[in-house]
Design a protein around this ligand. Structure first.
Ligand SMILES: Cc1cc2nc3c(=O)[nH]c(=O)nc-3n(C[C@H](O)[C@H](O)[C@H](O)COP(=O)(O)OP(=O)(O)OC[C@H]3O[C@@H](n4cnc5c(N)ncnc54)[C@H](O)[C@@H]3O)c2cc1C
Ligand SMILES: NC(=O)c1ccc[n+]([C@@H]2O[C@H](COP(=O)([O-])OP(=O)(O)OC[C@H]3O[C@@H](n4cnc5c(N)ncnc54)[C@H](OP(=O)(O)O)[C@@H]3O)[C@@H](O)[C@H]2O)c1
Length: 488
């Protein structure tokens, strides 16, 4: 088996070598005519932050060349690997990203991990400016006993599993239990609750991965708790997402009515989005269908913090979760959860931790604030590093929808263009040549870059694979399969 895989890989690499050499030759020819005064900017990460920053930079600077590097062979970050498969309209931003990618002064270079395949120090030799847009590739942990038990998963991995992120392809998801508990009251928590409770007949028509569909098809889960440490006025999820939950076929939403009975009086003074969200929660809490009318239920618990995950008798598997009951101190969004003496348990076979993503440092030469989980910056300029910028989740932390990430990208794209235009960044260095030297070095190191045209072949093949099974696409879920599709 190993010999077979190695032989195939060798054949694939040989084919690749010829293709890449041809491509490099063409790139080299092009670079000969590139004037040294043309600035070259590199962006690390091809999610919304990377693409929106590139779009604005290309708009505000008339000669700049922009290259986006991504560690995966496919672009678009969380738009592909985060956004839920049953929300296809959210992915329409890909059309704009593709327009940007077609600009003659733009290149996408996938399958290159910055910090591993190429260092920032090396990139600095080829680029006048570097913009870090690499998002948040890790997640926060609870730090409670039992968190490593079988059956405890991070929502980040679970999302990666159903969306085809290669690193989560083989996640061990066991849905042979009737109750799951999701910790957190954000939109990611709602996404995973919805995927667990949506009838497979609906999911089947989305681009959810086939391997997850097969597991979900045999799911025994009938009840999903979504547990938050604070109250109804502090939830981080939004109205559209809760409305969807209330409309799930065959599923009822249960919100503890006693918490909502007197909430109407407080609603009038709230800002409009929070007011409408709370009104919908009140309505849902006070008008719950009976158990007999449904097959499944979504139970939203407030004022509860997990303190221990209870093991099964053999000590290996999740059997339940212990929650500390909280009370609130203060009011509004900044109210704090204060623990009481009261503790309760929920028996369950699965726990999903959805308490936020986390950025990580990728290269020793770029500063990183481990407390805040961001690259330290002043208005997007990385502290103490001239010519290095950051944008998106790695700049502000792992919150914000695509629209807010777009605003951030637009701000930084314009900032870098202004710095280039005002000669705040020195672009007279004649050795700076953009991607050519980098591609050369990567080739020598045996790294196979995936350009945008290669991604378009992957894209086409994924769509074709989807047609035969009634889905908009069937994603490739391993890097090897993606590369094979790109260069077949
Ligand atoms: C599960 C989930 C669902 C979401 N759903 C929605 C939604 O429905 N609607 C909405 O508006 N917003 C949604 N969001 C929020 C939205 O996805 C984010 O606002 C946005 O993706 C952040 O963009 P970003 O570019 O900063 O990060 P990302 O999208 O994470 O992009 C970062 C990119 O950097 C790459 N990268 C990482 N490390 C390296 C490295 N070392 N070298 C090279 N490349 C690297 C990654 O591969 C990735 O492509 C969702 C978020 C999550 C987590
Ligand atoms: N459909 C969509 O538009 C969509 C879908 C998915 C994601 N997104 C966006 O993506 C961003 C990230 O979403 P997210 O859900 O990961 O993060 P989030 O919105 O920040 O929510 C995190 C949740 O985890 C809770 N939490 C944090 N630490 C905790 C701890 N130690 N113990 C218990 N609970 C804890 C938070 O409670 P506290 O408030 O008490 O801290 C909060 O309820 C958000 O901006 C979100 O809107 C959007």
């Amino acid at each position: 088996m190993t010999t077979f895989v190695c032989r195939r890989w060798f054949q694939f690499c040989s084919r690749q070598y010829n293709r890449t050499s041809n491509k490099l030759y063409k790139e080299t020819l092009r670079s000969v005519s590139t004037k040294p005064s043309i600035p070259h900017v590199c962006i690390v990460g091809s999610g919304p932050a990377g693409f929106y920053t590139a779009q604005q930079l290309l708009k505000h600077h008339k000669t700049v060349h922009v290259d986006i590097y991504d560690k995966l062979p496919v672009p678009f970050g969380l738009v592909r690997f985060g956004v839920a498969p049953d929300h296809p309209e959210v992915k329409n931003c890909i059309n704009q990203f593709t327009k940007t990618a077609k600009n003659d002064r733009f290149a996408f270079i996938g399958n290159v991990t910055v910090g591993k395949d190429i260092t920032v120090k090396k990139l600095k030799k080829s680029y006048d400016a570097i913009i870090m847009c690499y998002g948040a590739d890790d997640d926060r942990i609870l730090g409670i006993p039992g968190e490593n038990l079988h059956g405890v998963l991070s929502a980040r991995s679970f999302v990666g599993w159903y969306n085809g992120l290669p690193e989560d392809r083989n996640l061990d998801v066991n849905l042979n239990c009737d109750t799951a508990v999701v910790i957190g009251h954000g939109n990611v928590a709602i996404d995973v609750c919805r995927i667990l409770l949506t009838p497979v007949s609906i999911l089947k028509r989305t681009d959810i991965t086939q391997h997850s569909l097969e597991v979900l098809e045999n799911s025994q889960i009938k009840r999903v708790y979504m547990v938050g440490r604070r109250g109804p006025l502090q939830v981080a999820f939004t109205i559209k997402e809760i409305r969807e939950m209330t409309k799930l076929p065959g599923c009822r939403s249960v919100l503890d009515p006693h918490l909502f009975k007197n909430l109407s009086e407080q609603v009038s003074g709230l800002p409009r989005p929070r007011k409408r969200l709370t009104e919908l929660m009140i309505k849902t809490a006070l008008d719950t269908p009976s158990e007999a009318e449904v097959d499944a239920e979504w139970r939203v618990k407030f004022l509860r913090s997990p303190i221990e995950i209870i093991p099964s008798n053999d000590g290996k598997q999740v059997a339940g979760i212990k929650l500390r009951v909280n009370r609130l101190e203060g009011t509004g969004e900044s109210a704090k959860a204060i623990p009481t003496d009261e503790v309760e348990e929920i028996p369950c076979g699965m726990v999903l931790r959805s308490i936020g993503y986390k950025s990580i440092p990728i290269d020793d030469s770029v500063p990183f604030d481990n407390n805040q989980g961001i690259i330290p910056n002043i208005g997007g300029r990385v502290t103490g590093m001239k010519g290095i910028y950051c944008s998106g989740w790695v700049r502000r932390g792992p919150t914000g929808v695509i629209l807010s990430t777009m605003s951030d990208g637009f701000e930084i794209g314009k900032l870098v263009a202004d710095d280039l235009n005002s000669a705040d960044i020195d672009i007279s260095n004649e050795t700076v040549k953009g991607k050519d030297k980098v591609l050369d070095d990567l080739d020598k190191d045996g790294v196979v870059p995936v350009m945008f045209a290669d991604w378009e072949r992957i894209d086409e093949l994924e769509k074709t694979r989807g047609v035969s099974i009634g889905k908009p696409r069937e994603k490739f879920t391993t890097v090897e399969d993606m590369l094979e599709a790109a260069f077949d």
